[in-house]
Design a protein. Structure first.
Length: 109
């Protein structure tokens, strides 16, 4: 009875359930963090008397962190077998950064 297929299926099913439970916990935590970052951004813009010279970089940092959460957790870039979509997305982000850098240099030149 050591090689009972039903026992093996129950163990696999239990493992899958635990794995999905942990994944859902991580997604809920990251969603809560993103909501928190959004509230911080709204609070900074709405209630802060901070100069825009300081406010804009803080908002950009919060936005970049949220994009990272979106890619990593909600678009499943951390999962195995997502290498090609990850390469394409990161390549697009790299191309966008190069384009922005070029436009900034041309504008200031």
């Amino acid at each position: 009875m050591a090689n009972n297929p039903n026992t093996s299926k129950l163990k696999m099913n239990s493992f899958q359930r635990q794995k999905k439970k942990e994944e859902m916990k991580k997604q809920v935590i990251s969603f809560a963090l993103m909501i928190g970052f959004t509230l911080i951004a709204f609070g900074l813009v709405g209630f802060s008397e901070m100069d825009s010279m300081f406010l804009v970089p803080i908002l950009l940092i919060l936005a970049v962190v949220q994009v990272g959460f979106q890619f990593y957790y909600f678009m499943h870039m951390k999962d195995k077998d997502h290498e090609m979509p990850a390469v394409m997305i990161y390549g697009g982000v790299f191309a966008a950064m190069l384009t922005l850098a070029a436009l900034i240099v041309i504008t200031w030149w």
